[in-house]
Design a protein around this ligand. Structure first.
Ligand SMILES: [Ca+2]
Ligand SMILES: [Ca+2]
Ligand SMILES: [Ca+2]
Length: 279
């Protein structure tokens, strides 16, 4: 009998060790799945009442070129000056103005001036602009200041071939790319904004010896409301956040979590009481 008991004991001991390992692996996989999901299903972010379903990833990531048009204005000073000639200010989420204080102190400004007729080209690297399939705006230009200074908007898939998608104005900071024949199957990584020189803009405003305005549109941020995340910063056409990929990810995550929870319940409550030999 002792031989049989020993064999039973051995058999119970080994599975318990394996169970611990299996349970740990399942828990780890669940954690990985949750992290992947949190990446794939980013929380909606709202700026100035404009919703960005993909969150902060929606905004432009790098500067391709900055070509301001700079000249001496009536005060014999450059119409675009430091620190409003730093194109990096146009990247990331809006951070230069707020709805209550459209013109905060200069030290709180983080926007870049184009100068009359100047332009800036930005690139989305961890996301791409796409269409919504309807008339809702897909792109939003955050322009600093009390009133929007107009820019012409062009978008590109490869940074070489450009497509005009309209112009912003005082009432419209949003651009609907579906209206120009594009849709949810199109992915754009580049955007070029060119100040409309015909608009009745100032070329720099001096008040009581203090500069309070700069020439042309002042770009704070550029965000894709209709945005897809990209697997690679190199690829322009491999969106991870396709509905199909998300669904698969959800199914895998839920399945792993269910197995882990089921196993925990089994080990804790349903396992035969002989398990005390396991220790
Ligand atoms: Ca981005
Ligand atoms: Ca649209
Ligand atoms: Ca900014």
């Amino acid at each position: 009998m002792n031989g049989i008991e020993n064999r039973l004991s051995e058999r119970n001991t080994r599975p318990f060790g394996r169970r611990i390992i299996i349970f740990s692996v399942l828990l780890s996989l669940s954690a990985v799945a949750v992290v992947l999901l949190s990446e794939a299903v980013a929380p909606t972010t709202t700026f100035y009442d404009v919703e960005f379903p993909a969150g902060e990833v929606s905004f432009a990531d790098t500067v391709v070129s900055y070509e301001p048009i700079i000249y001496l204005n009536d005060e014999r000073l450059p119409n675009v000056r430091e620190p409003f000639n730093n194109p990096v200010s146009a990247l990331g989420v809006p951070n230069s103005t707020n709805p209550q204080h459209p013109l905060p102190s200069l030290s709180a400004r983080h926007d870049v001036s184009l100068g009359l007729g100047g332009s800036i080209t930005l690139r989305f690297t961890n996301n791409a602009l796409t269409g919504s399939g309807d008339i809702k705006p897909d792109l939003w230009i955050f322009e600093a200041g009390e009133k929007t200074e107009s820019v012409f908007v062009e978008i590109s898939k490869d940074g070489k071939t450009w497509q005009a998608v309209g112009r912003t104005d005082t009432k419209h900071n949003g651009i609907d790319i579906d209206a120009f024949g594009w849709g949810p199957e199109d992915y754009f990584s580049y955007i070029r904004l060119t100040d409309d020189p015909e608009e009745n803009e100032h070329d720099g405003v001096l008040s009581n010896g203090q500069w309070i305005g700069w020439g042309g549109a002042d770009i704070d941020a550029v965000g894709a409301i209709s945005s897809v995340s990209l697997v690679s910063t190199v690829s322009h056409s491999s969106p991870l956040a396709m509905p199909f990929s998300k669904t698969i990810l959800w199914i895998v995550a839920i399945a792993i979590a269910a197995i882990a929870i089921g196993y925990a319940i089994y080990v804790s409550f349903l396992k035969p009481k002989s398990s005390k030999n396991d220790f």
